[in-house]
Ligand binder design. Sequence first.
Ligand code: GCO
Ligand code: MN
Ligand code: MN
Length: 386
Amino acid sequence: MYEPKPEDKFSFGLWTVGNVGRDPFGEPVREPMSPVAIVHLLAEVGAWGVNLHDNDLVPIDATPQERDRIVREFKQALDETGIVVPMATTNLFTHPVFRDGAFTSNDPRVRAYALQKCMQGIDLGVELGAKTFVFWGGREGTETDASKDPQEALKRYREAINFLSDYVLDQGYDLRFALEAKPNEPRGDIFLPTTGAMLGFIQTLDHPEMVGVNPEMAHEHMAGLNFLHAVAQAWDAGKLFHIDLNDQNFARYDQDFRFGSHNLKQAFFLVKFLEDVGYDGPRHFDAHAYRTADREDVKAFARGCMRSYLVFREKARQFREDPVIQELLAEIRAGDPEAESFLGAYSSQKAQALKQHPFQPDELAKRPLPYEALDQRVMELLLGAV
Ligand code: GCO
Ligand code: MN
Ligand code: MN
């Protein structure tokens, strides 16, 4: 029941299972794996897709011949395993050239180089079959606001996304963009820090129809926000093009823990939402194993992400069928035809009638709302006590 299947669309980045465990205080603890070896590992654990940054596959200083050989070998591994590439992205954060950002750098040469690198990354992604191209502006920000005008930075950001949208249209590629927000790390502050901010920004673009979001659970949790609510807003706007699933404690550094490892209720309500609305995009685990993990434990990490998703999906099914929960919800959500006749679209008759209607707020305030009972039942269902 909890075996991953291709139709679950579980994907991992090359940088996730391939993470070597470097952190700001310590050296790598795991041997690097080649992209081909990572594809085979993902096939072994039952994943469906692999995502990549340009330089996860092709080193930044590779010659065209080296690039072609690397891509050929990678494609062969994809063919052998049936693993697909649903998403690709550009690394605009590792090289020192991006120390003050890429699209929002104060140096026009860096901004132009970033566009060049993205066009090459887009070509690579499309060649590998990617349908979504993610933009995570990790270095697009400041430590001191003396350094950049934040409005000018947004203008540069917008120009870059517009330029690249036109590039995709010009090439006739079947590719959509997904913008990924993060409040901070590696910059002191990153521009467009939340999924909500990204959704507002998208409406200012030249081609808003081809741009959506890639919300990440850990990033909203770093800011102390409710991830489910961000995802629901993205879905409501028709903008949930991709999703980064992982976990972490609130208000910490970017922990990128195994999905389902920390906030059980948030993970549950998220999976329930994705399943209820029928989200059918990739379920991408942008997480990595603890620094203590060896190669075997990395596999346990990857299997754990997928298995937890499937366990939560089964719990969501139980939620929908649980008689106690359903009875409580029916009570809580019971309608009132008279009151409902006042709601919805405006009309002047309706407004007049509503102004005359004698409400009794003291009576209305007495309606029982058994949310304690409901939440306890949900907890027990999650913990296997019912
Ligand atoms: C992070 C980000 C990245 C992006 C990745 C793809 O905090 O490091 O989540 O992992 O998701 O660069 O755009
Ligand atoms: Mn992250
Ligand atoms: Mn991410």
